[in-house]
Design a protein around this ligand. Structure first.
Ligand code: FPP
Length: 260
C-alpha cells in the first residue's frame, strides 16, 4: 500500500512525526456529533449524517494507506433504535449507498469488510448489503474494516456467554464449567480482531457508550471536540502522534521505574 502523499505542508509535517514501525494495529472510532454539526449550520440532521460519510470514506482510505491492520467504526448502537424512524431509515439508506458506491474504493485499497452487532435484527436489505460486501471483499489482505451496527458491548458479552453455555449444554450439561478470559474472547463478535490500541471519540464527550467494553481494557483513549463530519486525515494523524508519545504499561511499571 502506498504511504499517503501529503496534500499540504501541515499534513506533511504531521506525517513526518509518525513512526511507521509503531503504528497502532487497531484503531476504533466512536463517530459522534453529526447532529450537532448539522444544527450548527441550521441543516437537518440527515445532512450531518451525509457529511459524516465523507469522513468515513477519508478515514478508511487513509487508514488503509498508512497500513493499519484494523479499523472499527461505531455506526449504529442498539440504543440508536430510540431515534425517530425517518432518521433510522436515512442511516440505512446511507449505509446502502455507501456499500454500493464505495465498493470499488474498498477493493482498490485492498480493504476487507465485516460487520459486528446483532446483525440478524437489522432490516433484511441491510443484511443483504453486508453479506455481499463481506463476500466481495473476502479476498482482500489489507485493512480489516469492521462496522458496528446494532451493536452494544453488554449485548455482545451476553451473546458470548450464551454461546459458551450452548456448547456446554451440547456436551451434556453444565457440570464443572469454568469460564476463562480466552473462552470469552473467542466468543465475542470481534474474535477475528486484536484488541484496539487506540480508541478515538469525536465531539468531546468523555464516555465509551457501550462500545467494545471488554476489548478496550488497555486501549489509549483520544478525544477531540471536533464533530465527526469535520474529522479528517489530520485529526487521525494527530491521534496517532499522541498515541505514539504515550507509554503503554498494561498495569506494569514504567520503563524508567523498572530500571531502578
Ligand atoms: C453520531 O452522531 C453518528 C451516528 C449515530 C451515525 C454514524 C453514521 C455515519 C457517519 C454515516 C454512515 C456510516 C457508514 C459506516 C457509511 P449523532 O447523530 O449522535 O450526533 P449528535 O450527538 O450531535 O446528535
Amino acid at each position: 500500500m502506498l504511504w499517503p502523499a501529503p496534500r499540504d505542508a501541515e499534513e506533511a509535517g504531521l506525517l513526518a512525526q509518525i513512526d511507521a514501525a509503531r503504528l497502532p494495529g487497531h484503531v476504533a472510532i466512536i463517530m459522534d456529533g453529526n447532529g450537532r454539526w448539522a444544527r450548527q449550520r441550521r441543516l437537518p440532521r440527515a445532512a450531518g449524517h451525509r457529511a459524516g460519510t465523507r469522513s468515513v470514506r477519508e478515514v478508511i482510505e487513509y487508514s488503509a494507506r498508512l497500513g493499519l491492520h484494523a479499523l472499527t467504526l461505531y455506526a449504529f448502537s442498539m440504543e440508536n433504535w430510540k431515534r425517530p424512524k425517518p432518521e433510522r431509515e436515512m442511516l440505512w439508506k446511507l449505509l446502502h449507498q455507501y456499500l454500493k458506491k464505495e465498493l470499488p474504493a474498498l477493493q482498490r485499497n485492498n480493504v476487507r469488510f465485516q460487520a459486528i452487532g446483532r446483525l440478524h435484527e437489522l432490516p433484511v436489505l441491510v443484511q443483504a448489503d453486508i453479506a455481499s460486501a463481506v463476500a466481495l471483499t473476502a479476498g482482500n489482505t489489507g485493512l480489516l474494516l469492521t462496522v458496528a451496527l446494532n451493536y452494544g458491548a453488554r449485548a455482545e458479552l451476553v451473546d458470548a456467554f450464551n454461546a459458551i453455555l450452548d456448547r456446554v449444554d451440547g456436551n451434556g450439561g453444565m457440570g464443572g464449567l469454568r469460564v476463562d478470559e480466552e473462552m470469552i474472547r473467542a466468543n465475542l463478535y470481534t474474535q477475528s480482531l486484536p484488541d484496539p490500541d487506540l480508541l478515538i471519540r469525536t465531539s468531546g464527550e468523555l464516555r465509551v457508550s457501550n462500545f467494545l467494553l471488554w476489548q478496550i481494557a488497555y486501549a489509549e483513549i483520544w478525544v477531540t471536540g471536533t464533530y465527526w463530519p469535520d474529522f479528517n486525515r489530520k485529526h487521525l494523524l494527530q491521534a496517532i502522534i499522541d498515541y505514539q508519545k504515550r507509554e503503554r504499561r498494561y498495569g506494569g511499571l514504567s520503563y524508567r521505574d523498572a530500571a531502578q
